[in-house]
Design a binder for this molecule. Sequence first.
Ligand code: C5P
Length: 223
Amino acid sequence: HRQPIIAIDGPAGAGKSTVTRKIAQALGLLYLDTGAMYRAVTWLVLQSGIAIDDEPAIAEIVSQCQIELIPDGEQPRTVINGEDVTEAIRSLEVTANVSAIASQWAVRQALVKQQQAFGRQGGIVAEGRDIGTTVFPDAELKIFLTASVQERAKRRLLELHTKGKIEVTQEQLEQDIAQRDQLDSNRAISPLRKASDAVEIQTDNLTIDDVIQRVVGLYSREQ
Ligand code: C5P
């Protein structure tokens, strides 16, 4: 019998990463960031000069690559083919291309398989777009985190300011987020969708701690 699994899905910028990381710490679960895996493959494709729509070449690359998610305090490190890409996968270039890569069947098939292997023993909290619907449809607790486009852009801008990166405007971020939502929600395979048995939390007026308390509360009711 496996340990419990928490699935956290939702659109870009709804606060999934922070919430998932802290829930993992609070409950002593492993943290699985599936977005980092799609980002790492995107980084590799860009790096190798393969066209973003060359599906056969990308299928080949993804079938041969090795992705490691290494626990390291607050922020686990992402390593692909031995190279640490933890920072590189957050670039605007990777972010702009990741949805196109993540819509490809061969990419999803390979990564979902790895994610399921990672969760075989349970005891994890996984975040992504299709965790509750496709990767772990039998997860004990499914959360769907949302926030308005404006709120998500505002949070991203604040985050970029904190890191000293201020080359984008709120409007640009709103456009990027809306476009990524559009692509992620309308693709043919495993689109971003709330599982029928997921609990939706709208976070516009909630703090991170509010959200964590709710999830931890729901989780302890499950036990
Ligand atoms: O969560 P994050 O913003 O890092 O995810 C990056 C992209 O990876 C998403 O916009 C989406 O296109 C893709 N993704 C996905 N399925 C997942 C996780 C991420 O398609 N489970």
